[in-house]
Design a protein around this ligand. Structure first.
Ligand code: C2E
Ligand code: MG
Ligand code: MG
Length: 659
């Protein structure tokens, strides 16, 4: 029997068929109804919705045939689809040579009559037919043919409808899956830290709250909170980059986890701060033992992106009870203790005590007072002369900030500068100092044109030095005040440079280009290496006062001063000795080749008014305590060293701020 030809658009036709995703699906009532209606219309015992697949015809619905599919080669419908716009009607299959030998004709169900209307999809492809068949020859009236055509359209409409619904269902399912995973992520996000996968603050607080509740019910049980903070994490971040910083945090998290028992919670609170909740502890030793174990675990180096990184942590421990009603109370106490550990020199742990709390409150008070002080301009500058040890003349002043506290009187910067640094208040404060100092010096230059070209030294804190717009800011201040850049000296400390040497080198170079001079303050107390000194355009080393004050008592300190002086000379820098308090020190420094000195021996820091009095009367520097010229004394004693010792006994120093 000749099989039907393959339609010319076969591949497109199959593609069109497959997009309905209907083949091999279960029976559906609407299609069943349509075939019943077709049988009724054709007045035949058999009706089928047949879809012509590559090698078979598959029946979506049928009456009177009892099969799901047949070979395509036996399919009448495979013939019907060749002419999509027409019905195929075979009144007697035995009389049609295309079908006379067809299996379905020669054996069960012995088809003798066939009429099929093609199912034409919107793209023109004929997918199959709705057809009617009989076991006796027959025919269809025009009306019946029209009915079959309408039914074919109905089948296609159903197919289209079904396709849309399937698509919508699929989309709905996808959205649901997305929604569920988003929900999961949200929960994760709400309670876990992304970087380390550790519980976050919210989850820790939940657990702390429960722990407090249990402890209250139990009465006997106590628990502890350990606050852990990485030491100098910022340095790692700044010098090795954030990627390595992140890797370090993850590495630390994993090592901390290794120290824990299953019922203990490790959380990451923020940046480099971790917290451990230790439930059900016997006594404090449970917590301190853990702290020691952590210290040991973290002492080993980390290997991150091919670099060996060392770190340490400061820890604070707080025990439950003692008025801790809220999770926040415990966390705060542990934090205060951790802070204490930092102050104690880092890499250690501290157990919270009530005294610590009082101190923290006092610090907070100071912070609030400082904020007010900035607002109400309670600061003023004092100026300490810097003196040439060879000529005795004042070469300039160091501007030193003072806080006129409404209740406490003059407060020393040692008390508030570290806090101002920590809270960022140093920035507005430093801006003010820089402007005020430049403004003042310019005024003095105008008022006392005959004095040597004076300079003013301004201290720059690490935070100020790290400001990205530092150069422009200094330029602006110079412009506004009219001061020549050569008269401004900036004092920075070694730590400001060590934290980010690349940035520091660049910034110092730019400052130098402006014409500003650069002083290394408190030299010898920081961590800078000699290679830094060579790389950075520093003009002057200020020898820290600790070396100067111990010079006479301690041979070694004398050697340090000599070494620093020589170092400065060899590198083409000047040396300023800080904290010169006695004639003996001044003499010794001069002997060692130190060019400049600053200290109470010459003058305490003076207020602006006192400086003016000084500049008016004494172009050559004189001490307040006797009428003779200190330089004269110095020269005299240098010639008669034995007398120096005796003169020291009579030394009494002037009071700060007086004139
Ligand atoms: P520094 O820059 O090393 O300033 C020298 C300090 O030594 C001053 O302390 C000064 O009063 C003190 N001093 C001077 N001569 C003697 C002496 O003969 N004996 C003793 N024992 N001390 C002497 P001061 O004014 O209390 O300032 C302390 C530190 O505070 C300064 O050390 C500086 O680091 C910082 N500081 C002061 N003013 C400012 C400022 O405006 N900005 C910033 N960022 N820091 C400032
Ligand atoms: Mg200084
Ligand atoms: Mg200093």
């Amino acid at each position: 029997m000749p099989a039907a030809a393959i339609p010319s658009n076969e591949s497109q036709r199959l593609e069109s068929l497959y997009q309905y995703q209907i083949l091999d699906t279960a029976a559906e009532k609407c299609f069943d109804d349509l075939v019943h209606l077709a049988a009724h219309t054709g007045n035949t015992p058999i009706a089928v919705v047949s879809l012509v697949d590559g090698k078979r015809q598959w029946f979506k619905a049928e009456v009177g045939i009892g099969a799901k599919e047949t070979c395509r080669s036996d399919s009448f419908c495979a013939h019907a689809i060749l002419q999509p716009n027409e019905l195929l009607i075979i009144n007697d299959t035995l009389k049609d040579e295309r079908f006379a030998t067809n299996q379905l004709v020669t054996s069960e169900p012995h088809i003798r009559f066939y009429a099929g209307a093609p199912l034409v999809a919107p793209d023109g492809s004929a997918l199959g037919t709705i057809c009617v068949m009989d076991t006796v020859p027959g025919e269809l009236s025009t009306q019946q043919q029209e009915g079959l055509r309408v039914l074919a359209n109905q089948v296609v409409s159903q197919l289209e409808l079904r396709r849309h619904v399937t698509k919508l269902n699929l989309e709905l399912e996808q959205n649901l899956t997305k929604l569920q995973s988003a929900e999961g992520q949200l929960t994760r996000h709400a309670f876990y830290d992304n970087l380390t996968n550790l519980p976050n603050r919210a989850l820790l607080m939940n657990r702390l709250e429960k722990e407090i509740e249990w402890a209250k019910q139990d009465g006997n049980s106590s628990f502890a909170v350990l606050f852990i903070d990485l030491d100098r994490f910022k340095v790692v971040n700044d010098s090795l980059g954030h990627l390595i910083g992140d890797q370090l945090l993850v590495g630390v998290a994993r090592r901390l986890e290794n120290c824990l028992r299953p019922n203990q919670t490790l959380a990451r609170l923020r940046g480099d701060g971790f917290t451990i909740l230790l439930p059900e502890i016997k006594d404090m030793s449970d917590a301190t033992n853990l702290a020691e174990q952590i210290q040991k675990q973290l002492a080993l180096p980390f290997y991150l992106s091919g670099k060996e990184v060392f770190t340490s942590v400061s820890m604070g421990i707080a025990l439950s009870g003692a008025g801790c009603e809220l999770p926040e109370d415990l966390l705060r106490n542990a934090h205060i203790a951790m802070y204490r550990a930092k102050v104690q020199g880092k890499a250690c742990y501290e157990v919270f005590s009530a005294a610590m709390y009082d101190r923290a409150v006092a610090l907070l008070q100071l912070e609030m007072d400082l904020r007010r002080a900035i607002e109400y301009e309670e600061f003023c500058l004092h100026y300490q002369p810097i003196v040439s040890l060879t000529t005795g003349s004042i070469i300039g002043f160091e501007a030193l900030i003072r806080w006129q506290h409404p209740e406490r009187g003059l407060v020393s910067p040692a008390e508030f500068i570290p806090l101002a640094e920590e809270t960022g208040m140093i920035i507005p404060m430093g801006d003010w100092v820089l402007y005020e100092a430049c403004h003042q010096l310019y005024a003095w230059q105008k008022k006392f044109p005959s004095t040597l070209p004076l300079t003013v030294s301004v201290n720059l804190s690490g935070k100020q030095f790290a400001q990205p717009n530092l150069i422009e800011q200094i330029q602006q201040v110079l412009q506004k005040t009219g001061l020549d850049a050569r008269n401004l000296k900036l004092e920075i400390t070694e730590s400001a440079i060590v934290e980010n040497p690349e940035y520091a080198a660049n910034t110092l170079r730019q400052l130098r280009q402006l014409g500003v001079q650069l002083h290394m303050d408190d030299f010898g107390t920081g961590y800078s290496s000699l290679s830094y000194l060579q790389r950075f355009p520093i003009d002057t080393l200020k020898i820290d006062q600790s070396f100067v004050s111990n010079m006479a008592a301690n041979q070694e300190d004398g050697e340090i001063v000599r070494t620093i002086t020589n170092l400065a000379q060899n590198l083409g820098m000047a040396g300023v000795a800080e904290g010169v308090e006695t004639l003996e020190q001044a003499a010794r420094l001069r002997e060692l080749g130190c060019e400049y000195g600053q200290g109470d021996f010459f003058s305490k820091p003076l207020n602006a008014q006192a400086v003016e009095a000084l500049l008016e009367n004494k172009p050559l520097f004189q001490t307040h305590r006797d009428s003779s010229n200190w330089l004269g004394q110095l020269n005299y004693f240098l010639r008669h060293p034995i007398l120096l010792y005796h003169s020291l006994k009579n030394t009494s120093l002037s009071k700060e701020g007086g004139a």
